[in-house]
Design a protein around this ligand. Structure first.
Ligand SMILES: [Zn+2]
Length: 234
């Protein structure tokens, strides 16, 4: 095997390694995105729960105001009832007291229902706060882990690229250019002949050319798929 083939094979090893590191780094990004999404969802659930209870609490305040108006009215009604002397006025005043009592009972019934609803909603808020805190706690560990993985991969990448650049010097410039061009389009650029055919696409290479490649160590381009081909000698 010629030095050039050996150098290209070594270069290709490094390039595959670099590509592998790159794909591992890319896998980390969605993990961070997922963490953000999970946290945002938990925070949004809490915001929704808090907004919903505020609406109900506003209703509660309005109802309490209405009830206290009705109570004031009822006090007046009761005074009036004490004051009235004549029968017809007394009947009217009693009716007034009865009707206000019904209104107050309605107010109190609604307030009781609303109070139960609000306390359920407050329990939901507590639950939302707990799950947000759990998510944040979990992420306190997960985020630095991902970041340190990324830092480790980046430093591996720097080393691998330095190795690669060192080896690139042993390949002739035109061959390196060809190799890089082909590698830009596919994972691997250099293949060994396999049973007289291209190691990538399996198209047969004419016997004469194969002999020439084996004899001179020449690197040829596969006419079918365009990768670089070499003959493994011996
Ligand atoms: Zn081919």
């Amino acid at each position: 095997m010629t030095q050039e083939i050996e150098a290209l094979l070594a270069l290709q090893q490094d390039d595959l390694k670099i590509r592998e590191i790159e794909s591992q780094i890319r896998l980390l990004d969605p993990q961070l995105v997922d963490l953000d999404k999970k946290r945002d969802q938990a925070a949004a659930a809490l915001t929704r729960a808090e907004a919903a209870v505020q609406v109900e609490e506003k209703k509660q305040r309005e109802l309490q105001a209405r009830l206290s108006q009705h109570k004031t009215l009822q006090e007046r009604n009761l005074h009036q009832l004490e004051d009235v002397k004549r029968m017809r006025e007394a009947t009217a005043a009693t009716a007034q007291v009865e009707s206000t009592r019904r209104l107050m009972a309605e107010d109190e019934g609604e307030l009781a229902i609303l109070g139960r609803r609000i306390s359920e909603m407050n329990a939901a808020i507590v639950a939302s706060k707990q799950s947000l805190a759990a998510v944040e706690h979990e992420q306190q560990e997960a985020r630095p882990e991902i970041e340190s993985k990324r830092a480790a991969l980046l430093s591996q990448m720097v080393d691998a690229k330095r190795d690669r650049d060192g080896k690139a010097g042993s390949v002739s410039r035109p061959m390196l250019g060809k190799y890089d061009r082909i590698r830009g389009k596919r994972t691997m650029a250099l293949y060994a002949l396999r049973g007289g055919s291209c190691g990538n696409c399996d198209t047969a290479v004419p016997l004469q050319r194969r002999h020439m490649m084996a004899g001179t160590g020449e690197i040829e381009v596969c006419e079918a798929c365009g990768v670089l081909l070499y003959a493994e000698v011996g």
